[in-house]
Design a protein. Structure first.
Length: 322
């Protein structure tokens, strides 16, 4: 059943009218090197509010600075936020021995995190928000959960995409947001959108979460068209001989697929009725395991996937002018 769906979906995508376009030129070597750096043991899995997470923040800050992204009004890329874990939620994440039934003996814990946000200005006062979370699961039972696919892959892609559009300016402002605390319930994404001053001018969120690992068929999903079918045409125009771009994982009534609508940071935008496209792969054997290391990603697939996403942004930038 699944293979039949893939065949039909692939046919619809490529029969829908691919257009020729100039080749997307990116620094593939640096892209892969960056994934390796962000998913290195020295960052200890980048868990929210840990030293390894702070190391990741500094890496992102350096890259945004090197690319030349614009900072916010505070002249910094960092956007700091705090969150208090209380009662049952605190016990779930930071358990103590013998909690009372009403959790009254479980102390509150407040953690501080940071989003890192930079901008490339366009020609019009409308924005496309490109997002990827950088936190992961940290250390469990002595094993480091490095999260190479989840989600060093998305963060490294942010840099490559920003570098490309720094050289190839767009009509829309492009906001690049590396979010913290996704694994704790998209706390960073919630804080970002709650405090975003120009929300009515956001035309699209493009979220990148797990885009580097496809063990068998080289398949990338674009999730969101069930909710926003008007966004189909820009994706149908994408041509790739190496990766199959499929649409799906966004229909709660489709029993053949899990619904990813609320699976990552794009859910925050969806709740605010802001259109989204989420690029990702299906769960694999290394998902949320300590084996999600640089050695288990698929480099050729990943490089082509980033090129597809760049082409998608180019297409949306033109399409959303209407």
């Amino acid at each position: 059943m699944k293979s039949f769906f893939y065949f039909i979906a692939s046919f619809l995508i490529f029969a829908g009218g691919c257009t020729s376009s100039e080749p997307i030129d990116i620094d593939s070597e640096n892209l892969l090197k960056t994934v390796q750096i962000i998913s290195h043991d020295s960052l200890e899995g980048r868990a929210f509010s840990t030293l390894g997470n702070i190391k990741a923040q500094k890496i992102i800050n350096r890259n945004f600075t090197k690319i030349g992204l614009q900072t916010g009004k505070n002249r910094r890329y960092f956007q700091e936020f705090s969150y208090s874990f209380k009662g049952e939620k605190r016990q779930e994440i930071f358990p103590i021995k013998k909690p009372k039934e009403n959790f009254s003996n479980v102390p509150d814990t407040t953690l501080t995190g940071r989003n890192i946000v930079g901008t490339l200005k366009g020609k019009i006062n409308k924005s496309i928000i490109i997002t990827a979370h950088f936190d992961h699961l940290g250390i469990k039972n002595g094993n480091i959960y490095n999260g190479a696919d989840d989600n060093a892959s998305g963060v490294a892609a942010l840099f490559t995409i920003a570098e490309y559009f720094k050289k190839n300016p767009t009509n829309h402002d492009l906001i690049f947001a590396a979010f913290d605390a996704k694994e704790f319930g998209s706390l960073g994404a919630e804080y970002f959108l709650k405090n975003y001053e120009d929300k009515e001018n956001i035309v699209l969120n493009i979220n990148l979460d797990m885009i580097a690992h496809s063990d068998y068929d080289p398949i990338l999903f674009a999730c969101g068209l069930h909710h926003h079918p008007n966004l189909r045409k820009p994706l149908e125009r994408i041509k790739s001989d190496e990766v199959t771009l499929l649409f799906g994982h966004d229909d709660p009534f489709n029993r053949d697929q899990t619904d990813w609508t609320f699976s990552s940071d794009h859910k925050v935008f969806h709740k605010e009725n802001i259109p989204f496209i989420y690029f990702g792969v299906e769960s694999h054997k290394d998902y949320h395991r300590h084996t999600d290391n640089y050695e288990t990603i698929n480099p050729e697939f990943y490089i082509e996937t980033v090129k597809i996403i760049i082409q998608a942004i180019k297409n949306f930038d033109e399409f959303l002018l209407d």
